[in-house]
Ligand binder design. Structure first.
Ligand SMILES: Cc1cc2nc3c(=O)[nH]c(=O)nc-3n(C[C@H](O)[C@H](O)[C@H](O)COP(=O)(O)O)c2cc1C
Length: 187
C-alpha cells in the first residue's frame, strides 16, 4: 500500500459512470463507516448519520427520486424520468451523509455542519485507501424536501452529500489544483 501522504496527494474523484463493481465487502463497508464516524466533533454531538444504498436499495431510491421528479415536471419525457431512476445506479455503493443539528448552548450550527463535511471526506479517504474510487455528489434531489422525506431524512435533517463508491474502470487524470501562492498567506 502506498504511503498515506501519497494517497492524500494523489486522490481524485471518480465519476460514478466510470465505476464498476465490485464495491466494498461488508467488512470494508464497516471500516469505511467507522472511519466516517471518527472525525473532529466539538462537544461529541455526533451531528451526522449515514444511509447506505446498495443493491436493490439503489433501485428503490431511484424510484423515490424519479417519482418526485415526475410529479414536479409533469411534461418530462420518459427518458428523463428513466435517468432520474438511475441516479444511484452507477456505483455499487452510495453512502448518504446526513447532517443533523443538536441544539447546544455553546456549539454553533456551523461547527456541526463542518463536522458532517469532515465525515463525508473521511468516508472518501477510507474508500480510497481501500483501493476504491469515490465521489461526493449532491444534485437537485439533495435539496428537495419531498425527495429527502422519501429517502428517510427527518424534517430537520439535511443531506451533506451522496458518496458514490466503486471500482474505477479506468485511470483518472488529475485536474488543475489551486496554486498555494493564491490561497496561502502568512500572518
Ligand atoms: C458538497 C459537495 C457537493 C458536490 N456535488 C457535486 C455534484 O452534484 N456534481 C458534481 O459534478 N460534482 C460535485 N461535487 C464535486 C466533486 O465531489 C469533486 O470535488 C469534483 O469532481 C473534483 O474532484 P476531486 O475530488 O478530484 O478534486 C461536490 C462537492 C462537494 C464538496
Amino acid at each position: 500500500m502506498s504511503h498515506p501522504i501519497e494517497l492524500l496527494k494523489t486522490r481524485r474523484s471518480v465519476k460514478p459512470r466510470e465505476m464498476n463493481g465490485p464495491g466494498p465487502s461488508p467488512a470494508e463497508l464497516e471500516t469505511i463507516l467507522t472511519v466516517g464516524a471518527r472525525v473532529p466533533d466539538h462537544g461529541k454531538l455526533a451531528p451526522w448519520r449515514f444511509i447506505v444504498f446498495e443493491g436493490d436499495g439503489r433501485v428503490r431510491a431511484g424510484e423515490v427520486i424519479a417519482n418526485v421528479f415526475a410529479r414536479k415536471e409533469p411534461q418530462a419525457p420518459p427518458d428523463k424520468i428513466d435517468a432520474e431512476k438511475r441516479r444511484l445506479m452507477d456505483a455499487p455503493l452510495v453512502i448518504a451523509v446526513i447532517s443533523l443539528m443538536r441544539p447546544h448552548p455553546k456549539i454553533p450550527a456551523w461547527e456541526q455542519e463542518l463536522s458532517a463535511g469532515a465525515s463525508a471526506m473521511n468516508i472518501i479517504t477510507a474508500a480510497t485507501a481501500l483501493g476504491y474510487g469515490a465521489n461526493w455528489l449532491t444534485g437537485w434531489f439533495a435539496y428537495d424536501r419531498d425527495a429527502l422525506d422519501g429517502l428517510g431524512l427527518k424534517a430537520d435533517e439535511r443531506l451533506a452529500g451522496f458518496i458514490h463508491i466503486g471500482t474505477p474502470s479506468r485511470h483518472i487524470e488529475d485536474r488543475p489544483r489551486p496554486a498555494l501562492a493564491d490561497i496561502v498567506t502568512r500572518f
